[in-house]
Design a protein around this ligand. Structure first.
Ligand SMILES: CC(C)(COP(=O)(O)OP(=O)(O)OC[C@H]1O[C@@H](n2cnc3c(N)ncnc32)[C@H](O)[C@@H]1OP(=O)(O)O)[C@@H](O)C(=O)NCCC(=O)NCCS
Length: 212
């Protein structure tokens, strides 16, 4: 994450949390908090049909295809305090949810936390946030406690979830396995749909008269 990402982050933040952090909090984290480590995940932008046609024409003429743009899909971060990494936030833009972005980001943050010397990873999550709890449980986080009326907006309790011993080789093996499994069905279906659209666009370039 860089300062240039902050505006995009604020859109996702407001759409994701009842009490959004202000932009200045992210700027502070990036500029002044030495314990803070923040990351973004980007999605390849769906190309408009016309751009797709031009790309295929370029391909057919053996000229250089243009790079496709990417859009900020989500972000997350942690504070590293000694051998403990505390995940401070994670959010995915509503239009990119259920496509594996949070899983990818969490696995990357766990990798980074381990690389930086963490043995324990911890976080708080609303008791009502079953989606996030399920995501964390997949990565061996377990509930170790509760903070009563932790959230100021509705006085909701927070569950404390942790995973210990992340530096052990056994956990590294699990991380590698989860990354492989990340190419799961929904992503395959999504890619399949994109390929189908690509083929339709190619067909339209090759047979424009049959498409009118
Ligand atoms: C929680 C959140 C980060 C998940 O992001 P996501 O990109 O949609 O999650 P993924 O697609 O990577 O899903 C990974 C797993 O999380 C769980 N999960 C995610 N969304 C879920 C939902 N709506 N219901 C149940 N489980 C869900 C599932 O186990 C899922 O695996 P599956 O798709 O194979 O079933 C996203 O919903 C979000 O930004 N929510 C608002 C912010 C927030 O609550 N952050 C957490 C603060 S503690």
């Amino acid at each position: 994450m860089t300062l240039a990402d902050v505006d995009g982050i604020m859109d996702i933040e407001r759409a994701s949390f009842p009490s959004a952090w202000p932009a200045r909090a992210y700027r502070y984290e990036l500029l002044h908090n030495a314990m803070a480590h923040y990351y973004v995940v980007r999605a390849r932008e769906q190309e408009p049909r016309e751009a797709k046609r031009k790309k295929y024409v370029a391909w057919l003429r053996r000229s250089d295809p243009q790079e496709s743009a990417s859009r900020l899909a989500g972000y997350g971060g942690f504070w590293l305090m000694g051998d403990e990494a505390h995940i401070s936030t994670i959010a995915i833009h509503p239009s990119y949810r259920r496509r594996g972005f949070a899983r990818k980001l969490m696995l990357h943050m766990l990798d980074e936390a381990i690389r930086l010397g963490a043995h324990l990873v911890t976080l708080e999550v609303r008791v009502s946030n079953v989606a996030a709890q399920q995501l964390y449980a997949e990565m061996d986080f377990v509930v170790v406690g509760k903070r009563k009326r932790y959230y100021q907006d509705n006085r909701e309790d927070a569950l404390i979830m942790t995973v210990k011993g992340v530096e052990r080789p056994g956990y590294a093996e699990k991380l590698a396995q989860w990354k492989k499994e990340g190419k799961r069905l929904t992503q395959c279906v999504w890619r399949g749909w994109q390929r189908l659209q690509d083929m339709v666009a190619l067909w339209r370039v090759l047979h424009p008269q049959t498409c009118e």
